[in-house]
Design a protein around this ligand. Structure first.
Ligand SMILES: [Zn+2]
Length: 193
């Protein structure tokens, strides 16, 4: 499991940001778990589009008033911003929130780097191991594990068959190269390179 220390290093900035959000939430009488959850959620929102408090209520189930209070904290921290838009149906003014600033970009970049690290570890594991699968229940075992059970499924006793994981390896490789491209773009944006 090399690289784990690196990950911890990477996520320190994100951790301190979260801590700050929690402290400010408690100070404002806002549920800190909700604030934390909304921060995670906003990390997934395309900053070009943004999201309205109404949409957040529909997706996450929090009251719009509470969502606005949390977003206000993000706004005061200068990690979130909003743009004015119109409701697609009613034409009423709506505010579309998104994570802004270098801090948020960095937080997102760190998160992507963590995902990349996990995908690479997974790929290594898939490439370095042989797998056997139970044709009856689909349970999957490494060669060593299958060998220990004399190639019969420990759950149901069915003979295990070799599992061709080349498709899965390909999927992982594709995801990794796409994510690497994305990270390169993000780095250029964040660091201005
Ligand atoms: Zn089985």
């Amino acid at each position: 499991m090399s690289g784990e220390n690196g990950n911890e290093e990477e996520s320190r900035g994100l951790k301190s940001l979260r801590q700050l959000i929690r402290i400010l939430s408690v100070k404002s009488g806002i549920d800190e778990a909700m604030a934390d959850d909304l921060f995670d959620f906003l990390l997934t929102v395309d900053p070009e589009k943004g999201i309205s408090d109404e949409e957040v209520e529909q997706i996450k189930g929090y009251k719009q008033a509470d969502v606005r209070k949390v977003f206000r904290i993000f706004y005061d921290l200068r990690i979130a911003s909003y743009r004015r838009g119109k409701h697609p149906d009613t034409g009423a003014t709506r505010y579309y929130w998104y994570l802004d600033s270098r801090d948020a970009d960095l937080a997102l970049l760190r998160r992507k780097l963590q995902v990349l690290e996990k995908l690479k570890m997974r790929l290594k594991y898939e490439k370095e191991n042989e797998f056997y699968v139970c044709p009856k229940d689909g349970a999957r075992y490494t060669f060593d594990y299958a060998y220990e059970y004399q190639f019969t499924c420990p759950k149901c006793g069915t003979m295990l068959v070799p599992d061709d994981n080349s498709k899965y390896v390909k999927v992982l490789e594709d995801r990794i190269s796409r994510l690497e491209e994305e990270i390169k773009k993000d780095e250029r944006r964040v660091f201005g390179r």
